[in-house]
Design a protein. Structure first.
Length: 136
């Protein structure tokens, strides 16, 4: 389950509207809406903690490694990097669908694929024209 899906689930279980959650978290209504629709992710880990505390859930459960991978890709490589990271996680998750692999093995596999992504992006950086590179 993705961050936005979890956020919506816990918000509705807490019988809160998006506006109420936004006000308590100190963010805009559009921000909560974008989180729930999967358009954006919190840029700061503290936001996950704030939302989790309001909703009474574990911050680590609300924020998973795939979300962090996508936000790190966005920070390093911009919107295009985030889109590529999102696509990668969705495609890899499809490999695990309905499988018999243990949860720990899936996590190790996902971490290895993410590491391969970072290595490939760094190697390809030297071939990317400067005008397309994210600010460093």
């Amino acid at each position: 389950m993705k961050f936005g899906e979890k956020l919506r689930k816990y918000r509705t279980e807490a019988r809160m509207t998006q506006a109420e959650l936004a006000k308590k978290a100190g963010v805009g209504l559009n921000t909560i809406s974008n989180y729930e629709s999967g358009k954006t992710y919190p840029q700061n880990r503290e936001v996950y903690t704030t939302l989790a505390n309001i909703l009474g859930v574990d911050p680590d459960h609300l924020h998973n490694e795939n979300d962090e991978f996508i936000s790190d890709a966005a920070a390093k490589f911009g919107r295009r990097g985030a889109k590529q990271a999102q696509q990668l996680t969705e495609e890899v998750a499809g490999l695990f669908a309905g499988g018999e692999m243990a949860e720990e093995d899936m996590d190790v596999m996902m971490q290895a694929i993410q590491q391969a992504y970072w290595i490939a992006k760094e190697k390809n950086r030297k071939f990317t024209p400067k005008k397309y590179r994210a600010e460093e």
